[in-house]
Design a binder for this molecule. Structure first.
Ligand code: GLA
Length: 344
């Protein structure tokens, strides 16, 4: 099949312009390689890695903002919104923040001070340029009978590290929308824990404005009813919802094949149907969902290549390796056209 030009296709952001922002996670490499795709189809971006603690703050007195700056600059030049990801997380966080020079653990007070310095420096650098921040990422446990995930933050500061992070972030930028972000967010047990956490933050008057549903899903699970129930439950807290890291793996949980050179027809068909069902649902809840970000732009690069199965490529997005629309894209275009948004 001959290749079509990216601009020949209706922008996905435009198709959903009445509903929510459409974002993509990017890196310094993809803002070059996927430049035309990103600027045509999306109106929001997130740094996949470049704003994470280890990338911007590798040592106590060293900040490395060059790559994050490039991404924010790209957004500015192309009129794209930016979601900030992420301020406080147990992962991709350098150990220096938890330790004295001799390697011993610092006190609660010291860690809160370091947390404040970090949040302040990062948020101030991009003040006014980021429409929402993931303040805390993945603090809830996946284990039965365990509420918060064990981490250095929890161990040293205690349960209120989450509330403290939100208060500090709000003090730096009172206008920024502040989010709690997590995965497995529609699995009933974890959903209820996330709900409970956010509800108790709200009861304590903590400045939190939204919940981020990561949306690392696949062509079969989780079932739509679970996604709906989670959206309903979170929305009942009266907060904004963002889908923050959407991708639909073509492999179901038990499919560990490594021999495929390209996705099968069946996979592409299922993926297209899933995207359609999922976005129909998102449209139903457009009064709550204000931004939907894919965890990448097109199938030439995804964190799911080699993860969790080594030596396996994945094809989770709306656009293929050559940035051509897949069946999934056309299903979404159809969906929007049926509901009155034109496309070609
Ligand atoms: C989590 C994090 C993201 C990213 C993905 C894998 O979902 O929130 O920042 O690391 O894992 O790419």
């Amino acid at each position: 099949m001959s290749k079509t030009k990216i601009i020949d296709h209706k922008s996905i952001a435009e198709l959903f312009a009445d509903d929510f922002l459409i974002g993509a996670a990017v890196s310094p490499l993809t803002i070059q390689k996927q430049r035309d795709l990103l600027t045509h189809h999306f109106n929001s971006i997130t740094a996949e890695n470049e704003m994470k603690f280890e990338r911007v703050h590798p040592e106590e007195n060293e900040y490395t903002f060059e790559k994050a700056d490039q991404i924010v600059e790209f957004a500015k030049n192309n009129n794209l919104g930016v979601r900030g990801h992420t301020l406080i997380w147990h992962n991709q966080t350098t150990d220096w923040i938890f330790q004295n020079q001799d390697g011993s653990e610092i006190s609660r007070q010291q860690l809160l001070e370091r947390m404040q310095t970090h949040i302040k420096t990062v948020m101030q650098r991009y003040k006014g340029q980021i429409y929402a921040w993931d303040v805390v990422n993945e603090a809830i446990s996946d284990k039965e009978n365990e509420f918060l995930r064990p981490s250095k933050w929890l161990e040293i500061v205690g349960d209120d590290f989450i509330a403290e992070a939100f208060r500090l972030a709000h003090a730096v930028e009172p206008n920024a929308a502040l989010f709690y972000n997590d995965y497995n967010e529609v699995i009933p047990e974890k959903r209820d824990k996330i709900y409970h956490l956010v509800q108790s933050l709200l009861n304590d008057g903590v400045p939190i404005h939204g919940i981020g549903l990561q949306g690392h899903w696949n062509i079969q699970t989780p079932e739509i009813d679970w996604i709906r129930a989670a959206i309903e439950k979170y929305a009942s807290l009266g907060l904004e919802l963002h889908i923050t890291e959407l991708d639909l793996s073509v492999f179901t949980h038990d499919d560990k094949r490594t021999d495929l050179k390209e996705p099968t027809e069946e996979m592409l068909a299922l993926q297209a149907k899933r995207y359609k069902d999922i976005f129909s649902l998102f449209k139903e809840y457009r009064n709550y969902i204000t931004s939907v970000t894919f965890w990448g732009g097109a199938d030439d690069y995804t964190w799911l290549d080699n993860f969790p199965v080594r030596g396996r490529k994945n094809w989770p997005f709306l656009f293929d390796q050559y940035h051509q629309p897949k069946r999934s894209y056309w299903e979404l275009a159809d969906l929007c056209m049926q509901q009155g948004r034109g496309g070609n």
